[in-house]
Design a protein around this ligand. Structure first.
Ligand SMILES: Cc1cc2nc3c(=O)[nH]c(=O)nc-3n(C[C@H](O)[C@H](O)[C@H](O)COP(=O)(O)OP(=O)(O)OC[C@H]3O[C@@H](n4cnc5c(N)ncnc54)[C@H](O)[C@@H]3O)c2cc1C
Ligand code: FES
Length: 249
């Protein structure tokens, strides 16, 4: 069932050269698991826009977003105190294991992983969070990251996070890997997980229409019990076991 909340903007600020943080306060506190998303009604656009939850303090919901088209331009234009119409939380969540965890976020995909980190820290589960951005100006202000990579080397290690994952797996010896980022990054992480025998959980993105499992517009193939079946990213996901996804090249 769709859970729609009348809410207000509690905070909105630019936190990097290309990303914005918005905190939303609903009439009643809303509690969200790490990996779940909300969808926002954007001023006359038919389709709500989905965003992973980045923070959830005292029932307020924070998201980190980049401006892409009409919807995100509208969200960027909101001011503190404005009304905002959100639905959710939707989808499944990361299955938190009491195991030494490697957390990997690439670009805006660092947002749900950062939220997962706060959950693991609260449960005293050992973890290491590595995130990759294009350059130092893209690193969101206030995000706590253990190891940063930038494509141009302007901060931290130079190059893609993917360049370091093999080394970190060997040195840190994680028992589970949680990741969010572009399709190719998740595919490679899942393959590395299989190679090293480490469970991977990946939060996927697909352009969504209904966002609640009805239209079948966000279907991917997954492997279950030796068969290939369809799964919706919005309802069955967005988090899947990396070794169950049929990765398109
Ligand atoms: C489960 C999920 C979680 C997401 N979490 C975040 C997040 O935390 N922060 C964030 O900035 N964005 C996130 N996205 C992407 C976000 O939904 C899109 O950026 C947004 O819908 C674009 O809306 P728009 O009207 O501004 O752009 P549109 O005009 O709709 O599109 C502009 C561009 O964005 C691309 N785009 C549109 N929808 C998506 C999508 N669903 N995924 C990827 N690209 C898209 C289009 O292909 C196009 O190139 C998430 C998407 C999903 C499915
Ligand atoms: S967006 Fe409609 S089923 Fe997922």
């Amino acid at each position: 069932m769709k859970k729609i909340y009348k809410a207000k903007v509690n905070k909105i600020e630019k936190v990097s050269s290309s990303s914005y943080f918005i905190e939303i306060e609903c009439e009643n506190p809303v509690f969200v698991e790490a990996g779940q998303f909300i969808s926002i009604y954007c001023n006359g656009l038919t389709l709500r826009r989905p965003f992973s939850v980045y923070s959830n303090n005292d029932g307020k919901i924070g998201i980190l977003f980049k401006e892409r088209g009409k919807g995100t331009k509208y969200i960027k234009s909101l001011k503190v105190g404005d009304d905002i119409d959100i639905a959710g939380p939707f989808g499944n969540s990361f299955d938190i294991k009491n195991k030494k965890a490697l957390l990997i976020g690439a670009g805006i995909g660092a947002a749900p992983i950062s939220y997962l980190k706060t959950k693991l820290d609260n449960e005293n589960i050992e973890n290491c969070f590595i995130a990759g951005f294009l350059n130092k100006d893209e690193i969101p202000k206030g995000m706590e990251i253990d190891k940063i990579c930038t494509d141009d080397g302007s901060f931290g290690e130079k190059g893609s996070v993917l360049n370091y994952i093999g080394v970190i797996i060997n040195e840190y010896k994680p028992e589970v890997i949680y990741a969010c980022g572009p399709h190719i990054v998740l595919k490679i992480i899942s393959e590395l997980g299989e190679k090293y025998g480490i469970e991977t959980q990946v939060a996927m993105e697909k352009v969504m229409a209904c966002g609640i499992g009805v239209c079948r517009g966000c279907v991917i193939d997954i492997k279950k019990d030796g068969k290939i079946i369809n799964a919706t990213v919005c309802k069955d996901g967005p988090v899947f076991k990396g070794n169950e996804v049929v990765w398109e090249s």
